[in-house]
Design a protein around this ligand. Structure first.
Ligand code: DAH
Length: 335
């Protein structure tokens, strides 16, 4: 009887493929209502002579089933582990997914370069609001309401008294109001004009500069700006100061550099002249010093203003300003 049971157990064991099935099989034989357990219960019906013998055989069967189950359990555990390891394994030789590293926008790069040059020349950095009072953007810079110079800048009006600043020059007056001379600072930032074509965008960047002290002269202006141009574009680049007009400076000048695209021979970009305009400058108009609360009898100063996009376009030979704002990565990745 117990030999038959052992054979049928072995046959069942062949079909077991998981630990769960093994547990079920064990219960079928050794569980409370298992076939072996039921056999043990029949012992009571046997005679005293038969009982020890039969009991021994059943116990041997029980032990055999237990040790066979244990061996099978070890085998299945190994199998399942091997299966899991195979399916969950990571191929560390596959190439990884790389996240691209960003880079600075060319305007930021050039703006930081400009700031670095002036900081090395002893300038500090100041800021002013982009939504500006008409007073600072125009009036205090000697551009009254009916002045024709207002037509030079196509202004976005927020209300009658409030504009989006059309230049960084208003920062001159704001800083003069809150600091005493000597003043020597630049004011970089965004400015806005209602204008759009290959060389104009409604928002662009300027860097303003102001120096106010006793005995500041035009030669100080020249020294600082020639040094800037040479650091920015190279020491061999010629610089020229051309008389001009700005309401907030007197005298005023426009600063040209020898065309860096054609070596001043004359090309499409410099319109055949060999010169490129890079900024405006001049000696601060005494009226502007007065608006800033500074006595023009004691102090003089010079100021300058430049467009960052223009310098970026010259440096990198970009012929359409709109490329700088389209955020096309094929364009931006070149810098
Ligand atoms: N604010 C002028 C503009 O936007 C640029 C400028 C010219 C600034 C001469 C100055 C200056 O400080 O002295 O066109």
């Amino acid at each position: 009887m117990s030999e038959d049971l052992k054979a049928s157990y072995l046959a069942d064991l062949q079909t077991v493929t998981t630990l769960q099935e093994l547990a079920q099989l064990k219960a079928k034989y050794l569980g409370k209502k298992g076939v072996v357990t039921l056999q043990l219960k029949t012992l009571g019906a046997l005679s005293a002579e038969e009982r020890p013998h039969a009991g021994k055989r059943i116990n041997e069967l029980k032990e055999a089933i237990e040790s066979l189950s244990e061996a099978k359990e070890v085998e299945l555990t190994h199998q399942e582990l091997a299966k899991r390891l195979a399916s969950e394994s990571i191929d560390i030789t596959l190439p990884g997914k790389t996240t691209g590293i960003g880079r600075a926008h060319p305007i930021s790069t050039v703006l930081n370069e400009i700031i670095d040059i002036f900081v090395r020349l002893g300038f500090s950095v100041e800021e002013g609001p982009e939504v500006e009072l008409d007073h600072y953007n125009f009036e205090a810079l000697n551009i009254p309401k009916d002045h024709p110079a207002r037509d030079m800048q196509d202004t976005f009006y927020v209300s009658d008294d409030v504009v989006l600043r059309t230049h960084t020059s208003p920062v001159q007056v704001r800083v003069m109001e809150r600091q005493k001379p000597p003043l020597r600072f630049i004011a970089p930032g965004k400015v806005y004009r209602c204008d759009a074509d290959v060389s104009h965008t409604p928002m662009f960047h300027q860097v303003e500069g102001l120096v106010v002290d006793t005995h500041i002269t035009f030669s100080n202006l020249k020294g600082v700006l020639v040094s800037f141009v040479h650091q920015m574009f190279g020491p061999q680049v010629p610089v020229r100061f051309r008389p001009s007009f700005f309401p907030f400076t007197e005298p005023s000048a426009e600063i040209d550099i020898g065309c860096i695209l054609c070596d001043a021979k004359g090309c499409r970009v410099c319109k055949g002249s060999g010169w490129l305009e890079v900024m405006g400058a001049g000696m601060v108009n005494p009226k502007v010093l007065e608006f800033g609360g500074i006595d023009p009898e004691l102090y003089t100063g010079f100021a300058f203003g430049m467009g960052v996009e223009r310098i970026t376009m010259l440096k990198y030979r970009i012929d359409d300003i709109r490329l700088l704002f389209e955020n096309d990565l094929r364009f931006l990745r070149q810098f």
